[in-house]
Ligand binder design. Structure first.
Ligand SMILES: CC(C)(COP(=O)(O)OP(=O)(O)OC[C@H]1O[C@@H](n2cnc3c(N)ncnc32)[C@H](O)[C@@H]1OP(=O)(O)O)[C@@H](O)C(=O)NCCC(=O)NCCS
Length: 170
């Protein structure tokens, strides 16, 4: 298993994943649902790559890096790291968002992928803890977080706010 940063060589597999990912599933939003391969190649892929080192973006925009989880030749999931917290992220989506291909869920990929993402995130983010948010009815994702050392730092009506100490990402 390997976590590979978004790139042009894997464009077709990344597009297949991105276009099929729902626009909103359990609060994980995807503005690129349903895009054509042509649109992906010419506009969206360069845009997604540029988010790591944003140019001409508004002040509130936090750099974000996309990674894909590969098992052999199969792209099984996506993991995004936002590089630091703003007030909105601290009280919202946090540092990391992820999803696993529908037909590959329940096989441990979410848990393994978050573990690998945390190893990268701990060298990027300045905060002492990695912040995550999960819908209260999303048991699978809660388990993925808990198995990676998360604790529940708070909640609102619909979500738990979880944190993983950076040391636990070892
Ligand atoms: C959440 C998600 C990433 C989990 O990925 P996954 O690869 O299925 O996770 P794992 O296989 O590592 O499973 C983790 C745990 O959840 C359990 N699980 C998996 N699917 C489940 C389901 N539908 N209901 C309840 N538990 C479930 C697994 O059994 C496992 O628990 P166990 O170790 O006690 O058996 C995946 O379901 C997904 O992509 N969901 C849509 C997007 C999303 O919700 N993203 C997270 C937003 S916070």
């Amino acid at each position: 298993m390997e976590l590979r940063k978004i790139n042009t060589k894997d464009a077709y597999a990344q597009w297949e994943y991105t276009t099929a990912l729902p626009a909103d599933e359990n609060g994980l939003t995807n503005q690129y649902h349903g895009v054509t391969f042509d649109e992906y190649l010419t506009r969206i892929l360069p845009e997604m790559i540029s988010y790591e080192h944003p140019v001409d973006m508004p002040d509130w925009f936090v750099p974000e890096t996309y990674f894909y989880l590969w098992d052999g030749e199969c792209l099984v999931g996506e993991f995004r790291i936002r590089h630091y917290l703003t007030d909105t992220l601290r009280n919202g989506a946090g540092h990391i968002g992820y999803s696993i291909r529908k037909d590959m869920r329940g096989r441990g990929y979410g848990t393994a992928g978050l573990k690998m993402t945390l190893e990268i995130a701990r060298n990027i983010i300045p905060e002492e803890e990695v912040y995550l948010r999960v819908n209260k009815d999303n048991t699978a994702s809660q388990k993925v977080m808990l198995k990676n050392g998360a604790w529940t730092a708070g909640e609102d009506e619909d979500h738990y706010f979880m944190r993983i100490p950076k040391q636990a990402a070892d």
